[in-house]
Design a protein around this ligand. Structure first.
Ligand code: SAH
Ligand code: SF4
Ligand code: F3S
Length: 484
């Protein structure tokens, strides 16, 4: 164990490689902070407040729900107004440069707030913090940050808050890798009727452009009984839809001692009363099994939607990306899926401008997009991530070329999305009602099993229930209909 106290900068850095989660320890620290917060309430006549600002993927969103739960247990209450908060937590993402720059910009803006409110506590966590160079930037340029922690040690938050208060030092605590799965941290979920559930952590794939394996560590699967118990509890509290989370859900189970696989898990979840919809994110095409395709045909709760990131339609680029499948493999999988589930909606991720991508490579991506006919796609300009293999590749693509290709791709995707949506006019879709539309208080929004966003008129008492909506008008990204 190395406890390195750097007095000159008032920074307490802890890189404790032997730390194991100990619930008693967690509860002791949580109790200590809770007592402090109760004293604060007695003096000020209000509870201490917190706000989490989350960047990046669902994994981060769900981690923020865990942070909210930990803070709620220590008598903090959530606020929506950052200027009012006593504790601000930035949960950061490193996947592309723009995600990173946003965090630096927003952190800079907090300097003034901290000057006005010296008791304000600021923590930064998440994927960016797993990088030493990023931590050093925060420590040198953003000295108003009080606590820095990473993706593997959220459960240490009570202890880190305590250390910061007791020693009045910036606390830096990072685990280089996930070494254990901590099961005792619950989540304050944003919605009662739909929930994210982690089934695995980390990624072993090392796609050459991607920083995630360096920020989330190696693959580790949760024990099936813990996942099932969590979903049973969610079902008892009225949850209808669950989204299973993992960077590569198809390889779920590989780190378990038994032969239990992702499809075994789907089959067991399908039996849980009360759960009506099962989704998952994300699948890697190289690991998508025949067994999973069969699940779509046989499990009634598994929604007819698959997010299957293709990244590129050129075999040469796919190889350079270390994706381990060819365009032909990918199209073969899509065709089997479409045969098994004719109304399945398929979405994807595509990177434009990977190093060395030629016009011909890009045109092959366009061709693949036209052949698959994606319902929608997340498209990204390739972004250099220091530390990944692709960052050192020659032939980085000029920005203007990247942007032109991006625009062409977006136009093609939008045309296809609209064309597919037009086929839905007159059909009745089952919709899980999610919320009142932000633009019109009489309109509700929800999602079909195929994950289409649907607007329709209705009373807000319907939120959380499953209704039928007849589709009348369609746009590229949304459908409009009438409740029937
Ligand atoms: N584990 C998931 C998603 C990880 S990140 C998966 O494998 O699909 C989400 C998406 O961000 C990726 O699918 C990829 O399209 C994109 N992405 C990752 N690194 C990127 C980079 N350096 N530049 C641009 N896009 C990137
Ligand atoms: Fe990144 Fe590839 Fe892992 Fe997805 S599978 S998280 S893209 S390395
Ligand atoms: Fe970003 Fe980390 Fe997710 S880098 S995409 S928040 S796993």
């Amino acid at each position: 164990m190395k406890n390195n106290i750097n007095d000159s900068n008032d920074i307490l850095e802890i890189y404790d490689n032997e730390y194991k989660y100990d619930q008693e320890n967690f509860l002791n620290y949580a109790d200590k902070i809770k007592t402090m917060n109760q004293e604060f309430e007695r003096v000020h006549g209000r509870k201490r407040t917190f706000i989490t600002k989350t960047y990046g993927c669902q994994m981060n969103e769900h981690d923020s729900e865990k942070i909210s739960w930990i803070l709620g247990n220590m008598d903090y209450v959530e606020t929506e107004d950052i200027n009012e908060a006593d504790f601000i937590i930035y949960n950061t993402c490193l996947v592309r440069e723009n995600a990173e720059l946003k965090v630096y910009g927003n952190l800079g803006a907090l300097k003034q707030l901290k000057r006005q409110k010296p008791d304000l506590m600021i923590a930064v966590c998440g994927c960016m913090m797993q990088r030493e160079d990023v931590r050093n930037v925060i420590l040198s340029k953003h000295k108003h940050v009080d606590i820095i922690f990473g993706t593997h040690n959220i459960h240490k938050l009570p202890q880190l808050i305590n250390n910061n208060i007791q020693n009045n030092e910036t606390v830096v605590d990072i685990f280089e890798d996930g070494r254990e799965i901590v099961e005792n941290i619950n989540s304050n979920r944003k919605y009662s009727y739909k929930a994210f559930v982690n089934i695995m952590y980390g990624c072993n794939n090392f796609c050459t452009y991607c920083i995630v394996p360096y920020t989330r560590g190696r693959e580790m699967s949760r024990e099936p009984e813990n996942i099932i118990k969590e979903i049973q509890d969610l079902a008892k509290s009225g949850c209808k839809e669950i989204t299973l989370l993992g960077q590569n859900v198809n390889s779920y189970g590989k780190s378990l001692r038994t032969n239990y696989s992702f499809t075994d898990l789907l089959k067991d979840i399908n039996k849980i009363d009360g759960i009506e919809r099962i989704r998952f994110m994300t699948s890697h095409p190289k690991d998508l099994s025949e067994d999973l395709i069969e699940c779509y045909a046989t499990l009634d709760k598994l929604c007819e939607h698959l997010h299957l990131p293709v990244q590129s339609g050129s075999n040469r680029i796919l190889k350079e990306m270390n994706r381990k499948y060819s365009k032909e493999d990918y199209l073969g999988t899509i065709n089997k899926l479409k045969k098994a589930v004719p109304n399945i909606s398929i979405t994807t991720d595509i990177i434009v401008g990977f190093p060395g991508e030629s016009d011909d490579d890009f045109n092959q991506t366009l061709e693949l997009v036209k052949e698959v006919k994606y319902d929608s796609a997340f498209t990204f300009l390739y972004s250099i991530r220091e530390g990944t293999k692709a960052a050192n590749m020659e032939n980085q693509i000029d920005d203007k070329i990247k942007h032109d290709r991006f625009q062409k791709l977006t136009n093609t995707l939008n045309e296809i999305a609209l064309e597919l949506n037009q086929k839905l006019v007159g059909e009745t879709l089952e919709v899980l009602v999610e919320e009142v539309s932000k633009n019109n208080p009489d309109v509700l929004t929800g999602r079909s099993r195929t994950n289409k966003l649907i607007h329709f008129k209705g009373d807000k008492s319907l939120i959380g229930s499953i209704v039928n909506v007849k589709i009348e008008n369609v746009k590229t990204f949304t459908l409009e209909g009438e409740l029937i």
